[in-house]
Design a protein around this ligand. Structure first.
Ligand code: FES
Ligand code: FES
Length: 161
């Protein structure tokens, strides 16, 4: 049976009529047309489907639509504010950490959520934070470099992301 589910999506209120047991990743991609959130494994292993729920990184393939009710949801489409790239996005681009389009949205979301909680991380802490975001093609060196760079830039500008 369908149910109306209301939440704040990328700063705008939305409501969807759907089966509350459907996966959040499907509601975001199919019902709301936000295809930036990717589905990789569909089993909570790869991080491609990461979104921010009330500022905390969550895997949308493991969430139901009902769990979005009343929440503040941010997808990759909501990360760049007012047409300006988020410092994490800028560092990813500038330092060549955008390796493929599939894992990058989840990587950026995870990094944004992580830096909110830990604005001055060590490289080891960054590696640890990104360990749930699987990249199957290259190394994580540039990704760690980019997150370290973004953290520095955000501290310098006083941004909390
Ligand atoms: S698709 Fe959700 S963790 Fe892989
Ligand atoms: S860069 Fe996307 S899977 Fe490796």
């Amino acid at each position: 049976m369908k149910q109306k589910i209301s939440f704040i999506l990328n700063d705008s209120p939305v409501a969807v009529e759907t089966d509350p047991a459907r996966r959040a990743v499907d509601v975001l991609r199919e019902d709301l047309g936000l295809a930036g959130t990717k589905e990789g494994c569909g089993e909570g292993e790869c991080g491609a489907c990461s979104v921010l729920i009330d500022g905390v990184v969550k895997l949308s393939c493991l969430m139901t639509a009902a769990q979005l009710e009343g929440k503040k949801v941010v997808t990759i489409e909501g990360i760049a504010a007012g047409g300006e790239l988020h410092p994490v996005q800028r560092s990813f681009v500038e330092l060549g950490a955008v390796q493929c389009g599939f894992c990058t949205p989840g990587m950026v979301i995870t990094a944004v959520g992580f830096l909110k909680a830990n604005p001055q991380p060590t490289r080891e802490e960054i590696r640890q934070a990104m360990s749930g975001n699987i990249c199957r093609c290259t190394g994580y060196q540039k990704i760690v470099d980019a997150i370290e760079d973004a953290a520095k830039n955000m501290r310098r500008s006083g941004s909390r992301g």
